[in-house]
Ligand binder design. Structure first.
Ligand code: SF4
Ligand code: SF4
Ligand code: SF4
Length: 161
């Protein structure tokens, strides 16, 4: 194959590739591949039983968590309902996301007193320096997401681990 043909074929295969999805999953799964194999046969049962209404079903038929306005109580309902053992109680874990406070948006980092995120955090993972400058302690954070929606300036962000 000529160099030009090689580069052109590499470029076109890259273009065709689907972008990598960065889904935050319900906290009971063993491996990512099981969603793509088994959820195709299901009609999104886990999303219908979530008491906090945070499980969405993507167009690829797999579930992901939307923590923008509510959080996960780790109630086990989704795992108990899953008919294909994609979610199981044996695999219960913290949510696979990392949470961070944007210092530029956070009121408390900008000399306005605010404790909105502190109270909903039952894990005491949000630590203030005196009365200001909160940060999230990674080792204490379960990824529940309850701090996100209560922030008046949308300063708390989460990304997949
Ligand atoms: S554990 Fe409960 S609150 Fe959390 S995602 Fe599953 S059903 Fe929803
Ligand atoms: S209930 Fe289980 S199989 Fe059905 S969509 Fe949810 S994770 Fe997939
Ligand atoms: S800091 Fe972590 S444990 Fe605390 S509310 Fe936010 S996501 Fe939940």
């Amino acid at each position: 194959m000529q160099r030009r043909e090689l580069f052109s074929s590499l470029f076109s295969s890259k273009e065709k590739r689907e972008p990598q999805q960065q889904f935050i999953r319900p906290p009971y799964f063993k491996d990512e591949s099981s969603f793509h194999n088994m959820c195709q046969e299901c009609d999104g049962k886990c999303s219908t039983v979530c008491e906090e209404n945070i499980i969405r079903i993507h167009k690829d038929k797999t579930p992901y968590l939307d923590l923008s306005s509510n959080g996960c109580t780790f109630c086990d309902a989704c795992a108990k309902e899953c008919p294909f053992e994609v979610l199981t109680l044996e695999e219960k874990k913290d949510i696979n996301a990392i949470f961070e406070i944007d210092m530029l948006k956070c009121l408390s980092w900008n000399t306005t007193m605010c404790f909105s995120c502190k109270n909903p955090c039952l894990s005491h993972a949000i630590e203030f320096l005196g009365m200001f400058r909160p940060s999230i302690k990674f080792d204490l954070c379960t990824g529940c997401g309850f701090c996100v929606g209560v922030c008046p300036t949308q300063a708390i962000h989460y990304t997949k681990l």
